[in-house]
Design a protein around this ligand. Sequence first.
Ligand code: ATP
Length: 251
Amino acid sequence: MVLDIKNVSKNFGGIHALKNVSFSIKQGEIYGLIGPNGAGKTTMFNLITNIFEPSSGDIIFDSQTITGLKSHKITEKGICRTYQNIRLFSQMTALKNVMVGGHSRSSSGVFSSVFRTKKQREEEIQLNQKAEDLLELVGLLEHKDTLAENLAYGQQRRLEIARAMASNPKLLLLDEPAAGMNEKETDSLYDLIKMIQSKGITVLIIEHDMPLVMKLCDRITVLNFGEKLAEGTPTEIQNNEAVIEAYLGKE
Ligand code: ATP
């Protein structure tokens, strides 16, 4: 297992955002986290990346407890994410946005100032090359010098994924990557996530676009009012009465 969520709960004052939720993700899977608005999906991402600590329970990544680790340490261990609302540096080029992502897992911070300049310069060259490779992967290389704010919406979402990939994640968390995308953009997002999987990266995705989720995911957990309602393959989830009742609705 790459990620083990063990009996995790999160309370915000009187709000029980997550109640005793457990699930495990295998290496190389695309795993879906779905459910109605307010079900606790983004809270789960915020706990995995330690924006907040769980009220109880444990999060285990690569056989090590990461509960309570600082967010940058979690990135260093290999968990990277995108956000529900796009968080790019709008006045920076596409290339710079990706390079900033790469810095978050680079080693320059631990060297003394004597060694930093040369090391940083070498890193800069490597990061530049890597950022270009990632832009190519997400189909944005020709836009590398375009300011992020001038990219189309779907391109900005792809740029966010490239930025998250710059830190060499073992596990990539995608928070509603298809939100606001048209059909064509969603199709190419599907191809991109499959390509990421083919590189051996495990993906945990929050998404409301059900055709995409059902096509893309190997397994799915459904949350409802902070509780796990069901877990299974897309077929199992689509046929689960409780899930149909609470979330999917009848055809
Ligand atoms: P959506 O699909 O709308 O993004 P979600 O499943 O991601 O919803 P969360 O954003 O995790 O749901 O919210 C779960 C519950 O926790 C909601 O009731 C929300 O208001 C509450 N919540 C989330 N973050 C906080 C916070 N920082 N402070 C207080 N309450 C919070």
